[in-house]
Design a binder for this molecule. Structure first.
Ligand code: SF4
Ligand code: ZN
Length: 731
């Protein structure tokens, strides 16, 4: 490492340590050392400090202790005796100290209500701290490679156009982008806003804050991944650093001149294994320490800059762009089209519409047919239009069972086109095309082009040919809709009658092993994967698409326990694919060898001993629960690929299954669930409780508006005559 950089990094760390100390002293004088603080929605205290040292900073006084014990020793020439970090070289130590100090600075700023920063001059509130919920939300995308990594951009591009191009390039490659820092007040955030680019999680361009130290939010977000998904504990710094380097594909892009604050933050990030690429000439950096230390490239062409980052970080990017005149990629999926920006819309209860995918044996590959009078002219005119989309696919390995799996992809593929928006499915679909997309030349037939190319690309093993027909005349759409309704009905009946008993093969999913090495999901017709992304048909289709992939058939074999849901074949598979960590799985109970949980579960089921029942809390709910733990804390005790009797991560849909805790008494065990869950599945729950012969049962389940306290919960249940109180003891 060059002397200049090392000195800069060390100087920068003293700057942050002093800042942290000053802010802390003032805050303690005002509020007292016992003043409690936690960042919004996290179970990891000050995450960087907690992940590296195991120290749980809960109060201002604790932060002061952290500063004395963990920041200052890293900055002294002779390491203090209790220094529990590896020797990474002085500059790297200084970098880590900076991250700790920046985290304290941000915490005090949160206490003072100075974070997240709101800048009225650009009409933006920055994201600030990134919650545990978002980390879990993105879990599956991070493991299945659909999001290959993330980048922290510090500074500003040379021009608005360059900023726009870099962002668009990253979006098309589906790389999550965080923005922070500034160059004399100018920033990439401002540049993109001037170019009318939508910022936020939906478009994967997330502004964290205007200063370089806001990068800490992205860095300590990564520090949590090893704990959230990898089953590590706070203080396992070596494992967590290695995990962060090997599994979290993050890197930094520094635009504009460098200074001590950037050097020291960069040195901190390098501890985490995040290389940096800059667009300015800087002194050579040599490899050192336990992490990859990349040389910084002088690359002024923005396209090359992104390329260079990808190469340096070793990201695997697989993109396929259909032949359409607008940008394309998952990052555009969340983009909204407001009424003022809309050129035309289809469906959405405004015009008749539907979409249907079917197997056919007379498909002309790539053919797009538009049926309707003056179709293109009416489209050009704008407003509203009927739309029936029929997609026909042909392939030797294609089965009618896969139709719904592929049909659901219509939503994603169409949405990925910039300036095109899609919602719903079947006859509830709703599409919009923006004025901008029209201007760039997006026509009706491009809908078809998207579907023909993407279905073949993503399902190469089962789909050989695709053709699309678009109907745009009202009478014809209505008539075709009648026909497809029959098909949808048949499909629903078939799915509803599909039970765990009706098949001899389940499917595994071990995608999450890249994060939680011993975790296995066994997906059956009546129990989907805990992330909610894979049901039995999805897993079956995934296996056909990639026979060597993460989804494998699991022959049930002999039934060892029909009530608890235990099969010989499943046990054998689980034992072997969990690297002998797990002996046995029961699908229908939470008490005895329940399925494992990685980190991306949609909900957690947990027993409430006082009530002899269970409660269910969904990811994203940030309030308290009757067992005295928030989702984020609870998630910490359940995840990492372990079996935890009494606690279990599940996919939301499993709640509506007849097999949900069927060995423990079933749905009647539920004593508390969040209002959000009650509302999202209102219809399905109504049906379930009727089947159970207790049509008023939903009123007997408490939620956060009734109570978040165990004692009051029991009172409520007693008053309502909840069946769990008189059922067999759960343990
Ligand atoms: Fe991970 Fe299970 Fe979802 Fe597969 S089904 S992605 S293993 S949570
Ligand atoms: Zn997972």
């Amino acid at each position: 490492m060059s002397k200049e950089i090392a000195t800069g990094a060390i100087k920068g760390s003293h700057y942050y340590a002093e800042q942290a100390e000053g802010l802390l002293e003032k805050a303690i004088a005002e509020k007292g050392a016992d003043f409690a603080f936690e960042f919004p929605d996290t179970a990891y205290f000050l995450p960087q400090i907690y992940a590296m040292t195991g120290f749980e900073a809960r109060t201002l006084g604790d932060m002061k202790t952290a500063l004395e014990q963990h920041v200052k020793p890293l900055l002294s020439d002779v390491p203090a005796e209790n220094m529990n970090l590896p020797y990474l070289g002085e500059a790297l130590d200084a970098g880590m100290a900076s991250l700790f100090a920046q985290e304290i600075v941000m915490a005090v700023r949160y206490i003072n209500e100075q974070e997240p920063i709101k800048d009225d001059s650009i009409g933006l509130t920055y994201n600030g701290f990134i919650s545990d919920t978002i980390l879990r939300d993105l879990g599956v995308q991070l493991v299945d490679g659909s999001m290959p990594g993330y980048v922290v951009i510090i500074g500003a591009a040379d021009s608005d156009e360059q900023a726009f191009e870099i962002a668009r390039d990253l979006q098309q490659k589906n790389i999550l982008t965080f923005l922070c820092g500034n160059v004399n007040g100018e920033s990439m955030t401002k540049q993109l806003l001037r170019k009318d680019v939508q910022l936020g999680w939906d478009t994967r361009l997330v502004p964290l804050g205007p200063e370089v130290e806001h990068a800490i939010y992205a860095i300590h977000w990564a520090a949590r991944a090893g704990i959230t998904f990898g089953g590590m504990k706070g203080g396992d710094f070596q494992k967590i650093l290695k995990y962060s380097k090997d599994k979290v594909f993050a890197f930094a892009m520094v635009l504009g001149p460098l200074n001590e604050r950037i050097w020291t933050t960069g040195a901190g990030a390098i501890n985490m294994g995040f290389p940096a690429v800059a667009n300015t000439d800087i002194p050579v950096i040599h490899p050192t320490g336990v992490t990859i230390y990349e040389e910084v490239a002088k690359e002024l062409d923005p396209a090359k800059l992104v390329e260079k980052c990808i190469e340096v970080r070793g990201l695997k990017i697989t993109v396929s762009k259909p032949p359409i005149p607008v940008a394309f990629g998952p990052a555009f999926e969340g983009e909204r089209i407001r009424k003022e920006d809309m050129h035309i819309e289809f469906g959405g209860q405004r015009t008749p519409a539907f979409e249907w995918l079917t197997v056919s044996d007379n498909v002309e590959d790539g053919k797009v047919t538009i049926v309707g009078k003056d179709a293109e002219a009416r489209y050009q005119q704008g407003g509203q239009m009927p739309m029936g989309i029929i997609v026909e696919v042909e392939g030797r390995k294609m089965q009618s069972d896969f139709e719904p799996v592929l049909e659901r992809k219509i939503h994603h593929f169409v949405n990925e086109a910039q300036g095109v928006w899609h919602m719903g499915q079947r006859e509830q679909n709703w599409l919009r095309v923006s004025k901008n997309a029209l201007k760039e030349g997006f026509t009706l037939s491009h809908f078809g082009d998207i579907l023909t190319t993407q279905l073949k690309h993503k399902f190469a093993n089962i789909v050989d040919k695709v053709q699309v027909t678009l109907y745009v005349d009202e009478a014809e759409v209505k008539q075709k809709l009648e026909e497809t309704r029959k098909v949808f009905m048949e499909r629903d009946v078939r799915l509803a009658t599909m039970t765990d008993e009706s098949v001899d093969t389940f499917y595994s999913c071990i995608l999450c092993q890249s994060f939680a090495p011993d975790h296995v999901c066994v997906v059956s017709p009546e129990r989907l994967g805990l992330c909610g992304a894979y049901n039995w048909l999805d897993a079956k289709a995934a296996y056909e698409i990639d026979p060597n992939g993460a989804n494998q058939p699991v022959l049930k074999g002999e039934t060892l326990d029909g009530v608890k849901g235990r099969w010989k074949g499943v046990d054998e598979y689980v034992y072997q694919s969990s690297h002998q960590a797990l002996e046995s799985f029961n699908a229908y109970t939470i008490m005895d060898n329940p399925m494992t949980s990685c980190g991306c579960f949609e909900c957690i089921v947990a027993i409430v001993p006082e009530a002899n029942g269970v409660m269910i809390v969904n990811r994203g709910y940030t309030g308290m629960t009757p067992i005295g733990m928030k989702f984020s804390t609870l998630a910490g005790t359940v995840g990492g690929g372990a079996q935890t009797p009494g606690f279990m991560g599940i996919g939301r849909f499993f709640l509506t299954s007849k097999k949900f805790l069927s060995a423990d008494g079933g749905f009647k065990r539920v004593v508390w669930m969040t209002k959000n869950l009650k509302e999202s599945f209102a219809d399905q729950f109504k049906k379930r409780v009727e089947e159970e012969g207790d049509p008023d049962f939903m009123d007997k389940i408490a939620d956060e508006t009734i109570t978040e306290d165990a004692e009051k919960l029991v009172e409520f249940l007693t008053e309502k005559g909840h069946p769990a109180l008189s059922m067999d003891p759960m343990f």
